[in-house]
Design a protein around this ligand. Structure first.
Ligand code: ARG
Length: 286
């Protein structure tokens, strides 16, 4: 490569990013607190501030509304402090809502609460047989579903998912307890078939899974440990706008270089429960 070629700005290869509309479900953190510990981020001895959680969550909600998304709300239930992490409430695609069956007893009542909402909203509800935590572990990219396992969703749920949706399921094994859900270690930046683009943290996966990711997504953004450690990957993209943790500085820079519009939101209070932007967001695909 000549010196001239190397000094050329690189966007010749950066595809034009276009936002496509999004329809999401969220849950106001009215009862948010940390009273049990089911992931390394949670410390029941440390104080939480529900009003601050509400204010930060409101900023995320307002951001989505400002981007033109259709945002639906499910009523929070007293005694279910993690219900704010709506991504775990199920996986919704083709008008079908595959319900969640939570690993830990503390969250198990959330499954039926979300399924009731899906039914009332007109989705065809599939009551799950296998343990799974919804979009926390299942992410649609192109025509395929990337499916995490290792900490929460049982690999048998991947087979159930394949039967329900008739799509290719790509199983990925998580190995670091701090990144216990797939959406804490991998972000879908563009799910559009033919231009699939993701970001991820390689060290969160076992070797075989990293090999699969490298092969399928050679141009993926690799996020550094610092940004991943504040759940920077736990972000929500519409193909152009990417709502991320405001402190994820290097990820923000990389997103800009790849033609995206990163929008930082501070959810520090919800991070005390081990969740960020994506955890608070469940995509609804009719
Ligand atoms: N405290 C919750 C749990 O451990 C946080 C869930 C975060 N959600 C997510 N989609 N990663 O289950």
């Amino acid at each position: 490569m000549s010196t001239l070629a190397r000094t050329q700005p690189q966007p010749a290869t950066t595809p034009e990013r276009r936002p496509t509309g999004r329809s999401v479900l969220m849950c106001r953190p009215e009862h948010f607190t940390v009273v049990y510990r089911i992931n390394p981020w949670m410390n029941p001895a440390a104080p939480t501030d529900t009003n601050l959680a509400l204010a930060q969550w409101q900023t995320l909600y307002d951001t989505y509304v400002g981007l033109g998304y259709d945002v639906a709300l499910i009523d929070p239930v007293d005694g279910l402090p993690d219900m704010v992490y709506a991504a775990n409430g199920g996986f919704v695609l083709d008008g079908i809502a595959y319900g969640a069956k939570f690993t830990h007893p503390e969250r198990q009542p959330e499954g039926p609460a979300y399924m009731r909402w899906f039914g009332e909203a007109g989705f065809d509800v599939h009551v799950p047989d296998e343990v799974n935590e919804g979009e926390g572990d299942f992410l649609l990219v192109g025509e395929s579903i990337l499916a995490g396992t290792g900490f929460r969703s049982d690999s048998r749920s991947h087979e159930e998912l394949a039967r329900v949706f008739g799509r290719e399921i790509v199983t990925l094994k998580l190995v670091n307890p701090s990144f216990y859900h797939l959406d804490t270690a991998l972000a879908v930046l563009d799910p559009t078939p033919g231009q699939e683009h993701i970001a991820y943290l390689p060290s969160a996966f076992d070797e075989a899974s990293v090999a699969v990711l490298r092969e399928r997504y050679p141009d993926a953004i690799i996020v550094n440990e610092t940004d991943a450690a504040i759940l920077g990957l736990n972000s929500f993209s519409d193909g152009y706008n990417v709502v991320i943790a405001s402190r994820a500085a290097d990820f923000e820079r990389q997103l800009r270089e790849h033609g995206y519009n990163p929008i930082g939101v501070d959810l520090s209070e919800l991070l005390l429960g081990g969740g960020g932007v994506k955890c608070c967001t469940l995509e609804l695909r009719r």
